[in-house]
Design a protein around this ligand. Structure first.
Ligand code: SAM
Length: 229
């Protein structure tokens, strides 16, 4: 049978497709990062009586074998993640890759993804962009030098609120005039976009006592946010 890749909401529980709900209702086996979180999510849609297969980093290898053997025994498996689209900066990639190599059909549903939502809402160029996953903790200078040598309209990164100031400081020493958008708590009550030059955004963040929630960082050398007078 098949592996279904099913995106789930980033925060707002209304952000799920009819097709995602129907597939989750019809499939018995759900592979997920956190089984308790998945259970709470599915309860919200009145989806019951599922068998959860925990699939998380760094235990992917053993679980991939189990999931593949289930699919070979004529079962469908749905892969979900804690939030958003499986395989984007989470362990989903390895399972999808293993299924493809084993000639197991993989069906991917479209749905919420933080990087796309943030990029579109940023107002920075969307015609060409590069996603670099989580901002690095080490060798920042060489990472950002390589990243900015890639000729695209915007760069997108995931970052934690605890590290965002440090990351922006590392970037500003390489690109002091770059335009920055912080997309925070997307689709949630405290959703916020902070836009400006890297200097302005750093000043604003430092003035705040604490930055909370989940963050996507979008950067561009084109200041498309400047008003024409
Ligand atoms: N698979 C997910 C997706 O489709 O976007 C991403 C998973 S990754 C483990 C988690 C990171 O995504 C967070 O640290 C944050 O950078 C970003 N993220 C997830 N939800 C978000 C939200 N509601 N608002 C802003 N960023 C979010």
């Amino acid at each position: 049978m098949k592996l279904y890749v099913v995106p789930t909401p980033l925060g707002n529980l209304e952000d799920i497709t009819y097709r995602a709900i129907n597939i989750l209702k019809s499939i018995k086996f759900i592979a997920c990062e956190d089984t308790r979180r998945a259970q709470i999510l599915l309860q919200h849609y009145d989806i019951k009586d599922k068998t959860f297969l925990s699939y998380y980093h760094p235990k992917e290898a053993i679980q991939i074998k189990k999931i593949i053997s289930l699919i070979r025994k004529d079962e469908d498996v749905a892969l979900i993640t804690d939030a958003g689209t499986p395989s984007i900066s989470d362990p989903g990639f390895k399972l999808i890759n293993a299924c493809i190599k084993e000639d197991i059909p993989v069906e991917v549903l479209p749905g919420p993804c933080a990087l796309i939502t943030a990029l579109v809402g940023s107002g920075l160029p969307t015609d060409s962009f590069a996603f670099y996953g989580f901002a690095p903790r080490k060798s920042q200078a060489s990472f950002y030098e390589d990243m900015f040598s890639c000729d695209v309209g915007s760069w997108v990164l995931y970052e934690s609120p605890q590290r965002i100031v440090e990351t922006l400081e590392a970037i500003s020493s390489i690109e002091p005039d770059i335009t920055v958008v912080i997309a925070r708590e997307l689709t949630k009550i405290h959703e916020e976009y902070i836009r400006g030059s890297i200097k302005e955004v750093l000043e604003l963040l430092k003035a705040k006592n604490q930055i909370k929630g989940e963050i996507v960082l979008i950067l561009s050398k084109h200041n498309t946010l400047k008003r024409e007078d």
